[in-house]
Ligand binder design. Structure first.
Ligand SMILES: [Zn+2]
Length: 139
């Protein structure tokens, strides 16, 4: 195997880990976008959300919920949760970014991807999209 994954390696850094249970841990981001930027990481070296077990999913989202309560008291309001696609990650090891943010996802997309103002979708368009996705995922 190649190099040891940086997130697996973070587990040795007790000082940077603010939480750890049998399924996941929380570590302060090494290159934070802003103060209060936390990474929530499954203990197992997984590359996709679909690989998370039920227990891992539950532990991760309970912890994220706790961070959403704690971070505003410490660093700033409006905590957002982001998970990048595999090929956009520095590490293959899946992780959720949790950080305070003045803007929500709409602001981020409009600023950086030039997405125009929102337009209300028709019921028909929404139903069509739901059906396309349903067929694709085999539901
Ligand atoms: Zn790893």
């Amino acid at each position: 195997m190649g190099e040891i994954c940086a997130l697996c390696k973070e587990l040795e850094n007790d000082a940077l880990i603010m939480y750890k249970d049998d399924y996941c841990f929380g570590v302060v981001a090494k290159w934070p976008l802003k103060k209060g930027h936390i990474l929530v990481v499954p203990l197992r070296h997984l590359s996709d959300v679909s690989q998370l077990s039920e227990k891992e999913s539950k532990a991760i989202f309970q912890f994220i919920g706790n961070l959403q309560k704690a971070l505003p008291k410490l660093y700033g309001r409006d905590v957002i949760v982001i998970q990048n696609p595999n090929h956009k990650r520095t590490e293959g090891h899946i992780h959720f970014h949790v950080l305070p943010s003045i803007g929500g996802i709409r602001d981020l997309f409009s600023k950086y991807e030039g997405v125009p103002n929102r337009k209300e979708s028709s019921y028909e368009d929404m139903a069509k999209m739901a059906e396309e996705i349903r067929v694709e995922i085999g539901g």
